[in-house]
Design a protein around this ligand. Structure first.
Ligand SMILES: CC(C)(COP(=O)(O)OP(=O)(O)OC[C@H]1O[C@@H](n2cnc3c(N)ncnc32)[C@H](O)[C@@H]1O)[C@@H](O)C(=O)NCCC(=O)NCCS
Ligand SMILES: Nc1ncnc2c1ncn2[C@@H]1O[C@H](COP(=O)(O)OP(=O)(O)OP(=O)(O)O)[C@@H](O)[C@H]1O
Length: 200
């Protein structure tokens, strides 16, 4: 079964993905792939520099992620431009990794895709698991994790669909407001219900 793991920024997808990895499930992580496709020397990075200016690169040739983030989370047109440049490459590599895991004989693969709903990628997966949190907890965790001001954190949150909308499109929802043990218990219940745990 191909499981789409999604949620919103700082809702806890990576935290849940780590738990799933510990349970032995292979993970394809869109954020990791999104970093790989802009390594120095890639066509994608060259295209970004062409459109956003050479000063979007650090001196060592890597992408200046902080600078690009400050642009795209405040300007929807620039965000769309970046998405149009990056998303085809990200998708291609994610599907390659998914297929490689299946070829290796894994019965289940988890695809951690933050923008699953925004990018309408529901057809990539067979089940959708949404990791949700209250707005208050999301804002606090995002400000803490990324050392952002409230204004910067809200810009990032508002660049995505609300969690309430994502919950409606989910096959199951994990509410990640409490401690990690509570979150893990919810995860295990869902995976057991889906028949995934006993298959491994
Ligand atoms: C703008 C970038 C350079 C900022 O890098 P930074 O290291 O600060 O953030 P990171 O990559 O860890 O992303 C953190 C989270 O931001 C959110 N996010 C990232 N890109 C976007 C986007 N285009 N639209 C909405 N939310 C986004 C996601 O929830 C993601 O999990 C980076 O996020 C990026 O390359 N974004 C474009 C690619 C993309 O869409 N990635 C999302 C998963 S496919
Ligand atoms: N149940 C929890 N209790 C306390 N802190 C948590 C909990 N779940 C996650 N966190 C913390 O909240 C932050 C956001 O979690 P995480 O990085 O897993 O989110 P994410 O959805 O993967 O975010 P992004 O989309 O930005 O990659 C992290 O600093 C993480 O350690």
């Amino acid at each position: 079964m191909i499981i789409g793991l999604t949620g919103s920024i700082a809702s806890g997808k990576s935290t849940v993905a780590k738990m799933m990895a510990t349970l032995g499930l292979p993970i394809v992580d869109a954020d990791v792939v999104a970093r790989d496709v802009v390594e120095p020397g890639t066509v994608t990075l060259a295209t970004i520099a062409e459109h956003f200016g050479q000063d979007i690169l650090l001196e060592d040739g890597h992408l200046n992620r902080e600078k690009l983030g400050n642009v795209i989370f405040h300007e929807p047109a620039k965000r769309k431009l970046l998405n149009d440049i990056m998303h085809p490459a990200i998708r291609q590599e994610m599907l390659r990794q998914r297929d490689a895991y299946i070829q290796e004989g894994h019965p289940h693969v988890v695809m951690d895709i933050p923008l699953l709903f925004e990018s309408k990628l529901q057809h990539f997966v067979e089940r959708i698991l949404v990791v949700s949190v209250s707005e208050q907890v999301q804002l606090r965790r995002l400000m803490e994790r990324n050392q952002l001001s409230e204004e910067e954190a809200l810009a990032r949150i508002h660049s995505q669909l609300p969690l309430s909308v994502k919950e409606k499109g989910a096959d199951a929802v994990i509410y990640n407001n409490e401690n990690l043990t509570n979150t893990e218990e919810q995860l295990i219940k869902i995976l057991t219900y889906w028949g995934i745990l006993q298959d491994k």
